[in-house]
Design a protein around this ligand. Structure first.
Ligand SMILES: Nc1ncnc2c1ncn2[C@@H]1O[C@H](COP(=O)(O)OP(=O)(O)OP(=O)(O)O)[C@@H](O)[C@H]1O
Ligand SMILES: [Mg+2]
Length: 346
């Protein structure tokens, strides 16, 4: 038996002939935290709405435990959704908003009371039962929307940028809380965000999309350490990306210099992209220096210094705990395993 709980197969969505989701395949295991990450307009919400049953795919299929669910309406899927724009019932109290799904299931009042107050404490809004929706801040409303979805204990919860309206500090707290809730309640999460840090912090598995297509699927560390193309590398973190030539196995040329690396399997003299993370370039005065440049700027960023070094008109972004003064001549060294070689984007 396959351990795929939800599976998308050759999923396509077109609006007026233009493809916004372009033949994607993905799957998520039970109790997994899957994040769909990508820039605005890349098709994240559309993908989520197809899984939830609010949009019908133009072609392709969605399987739940191996059975197609595309013809099922949203309420017949064991799935709840927290929408990108919170959709609370404005004329109801907070209590009635959260209890809505439980009332429909005809749960006894005492049990509903218990669950509502448990959910309110989970989202840090104890005692808010009698408040009106429009007396709450955007962030509080969003937390109520999360509580309202979780209280039904769905097998799968879809969340569309649920923390987008919150300020940074609250967002960080809620990220951790959501992750705890997900593990605690054993719910499968499919989470949409355009915030790469949020995705890296929370997910078991990340799908990176651009222009309706999947660019890469992997664990946060896979995606961070081994981006498959320049789009992913650029999107997932600040990176130095330069064109290079793959000379032979474990040898690459860029910035007019030959570097040892650990990559194999590209063609001889193939044009490739080289990605180097800012924290992976060492500023050194010793003989190991492979490139030479001048420090153009140094800015303190709290944990480290961020420096721009100009080498032959190329800018290298470098992060280090040791600052170097502007105008100083420096050498740069990149260890072989910190040079990432990627196919040029088609
Ligand atoms: N009902 C619709 N009719 C026509 N075009 C649509 C419709 N819904 C979405 N689109 C288009 O499909 C593309 C993908 O939209 P989608 O909402 O899935 O993006 P997204 O990745 O969620 O973006 P964001 O991060 O801004 O929320 C966009 O170009 C959007 O304008
Ligand atoms: Mg969206």
């Amino acid at each position: 038996m396959s351990n795929r709980l939800i599976e998308g197969i050759h999923l396509v969505k077109e609006y007026d002939g233009s493809r916004v989701v372009d033949n994607i395949d993905f799957w998520v295991k039970s109790k997994e935290f899957l994040t769909i990450l990508g820039p605005s307009g890349c098709g994240k919400t559309t993908t989520l709405r197809m899984i939830g049953g609010f949009e019908t795919p133009t072609s392709g299929d969605i399987l739940l435990s191996g059975k197609s669910i595309v013809s099922l309406p949203p309420y017949e899927r064991p799935i709840n959704t927290v929408f990108q724009r919170y959709a609370l019932f404005p004329h109801m109290s907070i209590y009635d908003n959260i209890a809505f799904g439980l009332h429909i299931k005809k749960m006894p009042k005492s049990e509903i009371d218990k669950r509502v107050s448990k959910m309110l404490s989970l989202v840090n809004l104890e005692g808010f039962e009698k408040r009106r929706v429009n007396s709450l801040s955007g962030g509080q409303q969003q937390r109520i929307a999360i509580a309202r979805a979780l209280v039904n204990e769905p097998q799968i919860l879809l969340l569309d940028e649920p923390l987008g309206a919150l300020d940074l500090k609250l967002r960080k707290e809620m990220q951790l809380e959501l992750k705890y809730m997900q593990q605690d309640l054993g719910i499968t999460f499919i989470y949409v965000t355009h915030d790469q840090e949020e995705a890296l912090t929370m997910s078991d598995k990340i799908i990176i999309m651009n222009k309706g297509k999947i660019q890469q699927v992997g664990s946060p560390t896979d995606i961070y350490n081994e981006p498959e193309n320049a789009f992913v590398a650029d999107f997932i973190g600040e990176s130095n990306i330069v064109s290079g030539i793959f000379k032979e196995d474990k040898v690459v040329e860029f910035a007019g210099t030959i570097f040892p690396c650990i990559d194999t399997g590209f063609a001889r003299d193939e044009a490739i992209d080289v990605v180097v993370r800012p924290e992976d370039i060492e500023i050194t005065a010793d003989v190991r220096a492979q490139l030479h440049g001048v420090v153009d700027s140094t800015v303190f960023k709290g944990v480290h210094y961020e420096m721009i070094v100009i080498e032959n008109e190329r800018e290298w972004l470098i992060q280090s705990t040791i600052p170097h003064e502007e105008g100083k001549q420096v050498g740069l060294y990149i260890a072989p395993d910190l040079i990432h070689i990627m196919k040029k984007e088609a």
